[in-house]
Structures are given as C-alpha cells and as structure tokens.
Design a protein around this ligand. Structure first.
Ligand code: NI
Length: 259
C-alpha cells in the first residue's frame, strides 16, 4: 500500500511540468506521515490537474495560433490566387467572341483638349491600346512595346492611340504628360465617362475598378491587347501581351504588304 502510494507520487511528480515539479516534490516529502496520505493525494491531484489544465490551455492557445497562421496563410494564398485568376481571365478573354463586330468610330478628347473623331485619322491604320496612366506595370510595358513596334516599321501609315479606361483621373493634361514619355506619335485619348464607356463597349474592352485601401485610391483591372484596326476602323487583329515588339512588327508588315 505504501509502495503503491510512493509509485503514485513518483508518477505524479515525474509527470508534472518542470515548473511545478519542485512544489509537488515539496508537498510529497513534507508529508509528516503516510497516515495523512489521503489528504496529500488530494492536494497533489489538484495541483497536477490544474497544472495539466494550464498546460492544456497553453497547448490550445499555441495550436490556435498555429491554426490562425495556417488559416490566414491559406486565405491569403486564395486571395492571391483569385486575383491572379481574375487578371489572367481579364487578359485572356479576346474580344472577338460570337463574331460580334469590334471597333467603329469614336468621339473623344485628345491630349491637347481637342475633340476628335475617327475622321481625324482618316485613311490610316490604327494601333490602339486601352489602359490608364496610374497603371503600375502592364500599361507602361505595352506602350513601350508599341513605341518599339513603331520604330521598327519604316514610315508606317499607322496612327498609334492610347485610350484611357479611367477618364476620371486621366484628364487631357494627364494624358499629354504620359503618352509623350513613350513615343512622339502616340495620341492619348480621354473623354467623358459616357464617351469612354461607349468606346470600351464598341471595342469589347474589359475594364473594372478595383478598390485598394493599401494604395492611393483604386486600380483598374483591364484587358491588355494591342488592337490593329483598319483605316475604316474594323478590327484586323489583336496582339496579346505576350507578343514581342518584333513579332508584332513582323505581323503588321506582312498584313500591310498583303493589303
Ligand atoms: Ni494597365
């Protein structure tokens, strides 16, 4: 009986978390005699239970924190993935579905604040890109590419045009300062919200406002094709973002020579 009590004490003390092992040991050795062991067993059991409870709470807290980190990580990954998917969708949906007519005339405002229509570029092919001046990456890249295409074509009968999908911020003045950075021939067109919406619809351009609290204001998610339009404003072809300036220039040469 006494041996089993000692074994019980030993097991308890060994099982104690290190921080509480000393107090458990003190209680067990300070027992005046084994007659009162029932009381000691109670005392130690209580101490053991509360220690285990604390340990369990601590474990639960740690596991919760880990779960929170993992959960948050998965959530973040899903948001990133979703953003990537939406962006990919935006730039891979070619506006030619259903054989619907793409293109047509337009009434907009150029970078000098002058009202323009397709008649201002009569008889010319057009290379058109839709975007916005606040665009951090895609638009500058595509406009640089457009400039390299123009440089590779010798005196082409092509009017390069940049049309904003964000007319609220891209005023004529903003457009003037922007397009000039890329190529002297590129005209920047803006307009009222209604004018821009009509062009976006006619040219089947995808553009959607994305609120972003971390950045100043908002971003525009938008399709990123370079449009080659005929002199009568019908779509000839679209160049996706992955096409290089060389590929586009070669293709335009072929098409213009064939026509
Ligand atoms: Ni852009």
């Amino acid at each position: 009986m006494q041996i089993s009590f000692l074994v019980f004490l030993c097991v308890l003390v060994v099982n104690f978390p290190p921080a509480l092992r000393n107090s458990a040991f003190t209680i067990s050795v300070s027992a005046p005699n084994f007659a009162e062991r029932k009381g000691f067993v109670k005392k130690i059991t209580f101490l053991y239970k509360s220690a285990m409870l604390k340990a369990r709470l601590k474990r639960t807290a740690i596991l919760s924190a880990i779960a929170l980190v993992i959960g948050g990580g998965i959530g973040f990954y899903q948001i990133q993935n979703e953003t990537a998917r939406v962006t990919q969708k935006a730039s891979s949906v070619a506006p030619m579905a259903g054989g619907a007519q793409v293109g047509g005339g337009f009434a907009l405002i150029d970078q000098d604040g002058k009202e323009v229509t397709e008649n201002d570029y009569a008889g010319r092919y057009k290379l058109i890109f839709f975007g916005f001046t606040f665009c951090p990456a895609v638009c500058p890249t595509e406009l640089q590419k457009m400039a390299r295409v123009l440089d590779q074509l010798e005196n082409p009968n092509i009017q390069p045009i940049f049309i904003t999908v964000d007319p609220e911020r891209d005023t004529a003045q903003v457009m003037k300062g922007y397009v000039g950075q890329f190529h002297p021939d590129i005209v920047g067109l803006t307009g009222s919200r209604e004018q821009i919406d009509k062009v976006l619809a006619d040219y089947k351009v995808y553009a959607s406002k994305v609120e972003n609290d971390m950045m100043d204001g908002y971003m525009m998610d938008h399709s990123a094709f370079i449009y080659l339009m005929s002199p009568n404003n019908a779509l000839i072809t679209l160049y996706p973002a992955q096409d290089t300036a060389e590929q586009i220039a070669e293709d335009i040469k072929k098409r213009l020579n064939a026509s």
